[in-house]
Design a protein around this ligand. Structure first.
Ligand SMILES: NC(=O)c1ccc[n+]([C@@H]2O[C@H](COP(=O)([O-])OP(=O)(O)OC[C@H]3O[C@@H](n4cnc5c(N)ncnc54)[C@H](O)[C@@H]3O)[C@@H](O)[C@H]2O)c1
Length: 258
């Protein structure tokens, strides 16, 4: 909107604050997505092939937590950088069309649409489970799944069974909506507090400085981000060290050292 000149007022991208996406997206979504899958299905994660599409902040949290439960985690990505990070974090990386053949549980966290689609449904194993923790209910192509199905029925509160014309059964959790919000309780307040603190402090900042800002997208001011981190640490009774005057001078001095 900014680039097209359609933005009529200044916007602060709170999601870009480190104290937002490092924590809410990663540890919040990581935990609550697993919680949603378990509450919906009571499936055993240990030993399962668990496919995570998207290795952004949410995806890496989900992958990390699924691995902790004993799942064999496979990551799919479109970004070479994120794929490389996933590999070096110790995950298998595959194109989704290959992962589709071996996955037991699929979870999307890409912010994109139709990530899991017709060709994947066709090659999935009987009994595969799908859920989304990313954007609305568009990451899994539900209309395409409906077209392939000869029978659709609800088999548990949050589980829809699709019997395909081939006879294979696939399972969708929470109608493809955000599984952590629909089938569980979302993130605990002890991680959302930082997101809400950013929103509140940025609202206060806009009230004070808004008139000086142009209709552009701004990052959260660094001092607000750091204040949120400091307050969070204090609330956890965790203290950290401070630089000595000598250290401050040393790290700011390009002529020092090699
Ligand atoms: N469930 C929740 O409570 C919750 C919380 C925070 C964010 N979100 C949502 O989750 C989504 C992801 O957020 P994020 O912070 O991880 O974003 P991000 O930008 O850090 O990560 C998204 C990743 O998906 C990858 N991607 C895009 N299209 C893809 C495709 N077709 N196949 C595979 N990978 C693909 C991108 O390369 C990127 O690495 C967003 O839509 C966000 O709004 C959900």
């Amino acid at each position: 909107m900014e680039q097209k000149g359609d933005l009529k007022f200044p916007v602060i991208a709170v999601n870009n604050a480190d104290t937002k996406h490092f924590f809410d997206n990663r540890y919040g979504t990581g935990q609550s997505t697993i919680d949603g899958i378990l509450r919906a299905t009571n499936v055993l994660l240990a030993g399962k092939n668990f496919v995570v599409s998207g290795y952004g902040w949410c995806g890496r949290g989900i992958a990390m937590r699924a691995r902790g439960m004993g799942a064999n985690v496979i990551v799919t990505e479109i970004s070479p950088l994120k794929a490389l990070e996933a590999v070096m974090d110790g995950f298998s990386v595959l194109p989704l069309s290959d992962a589709a053949k071996i996955g037991d549980i699929f979870i999307t966290a890409t912010g994109n649409k139709n990530v899991l689609s017709e060709k994947h449904f066709k090659s999935m194993k009987d009994g595969a489970i799908m859920a989304n923790a990313g954007h609305f209910n568009v990451e899994i192509n539900i209309p395409a799944l409906n077209k392939l199905a000869k029978k659709v029925r609800n088999v548990r509160g949050m589980v829809t069974e699709y019997t395909l014309k081939s006879g294979k059964k696939l399972y969708m959790l929470a109608e493809g909506r955000l599984v952590n919000l629909v089938a569980a309780e979302g993130h605990p307040p002890t991680v959302m507090d930082m997101s809400f603190a950013n929103q509140t402090l940025c609202t206060q900042y806009i009230i004070k400085k808004g008139k000086e800002l142009e209709p552009k997208v701004y990052d959260v001011p660094r001092d607000i981000d750091e204040m949120v981190a400091r307050l969070k640490l204090a609330s956890m009774n965790i203290r950290i060290d401070t630089l000595t005057a000598e250290q401050k001078k040393y790290i700011a001095d390009w002529t020092a050292g090699t």
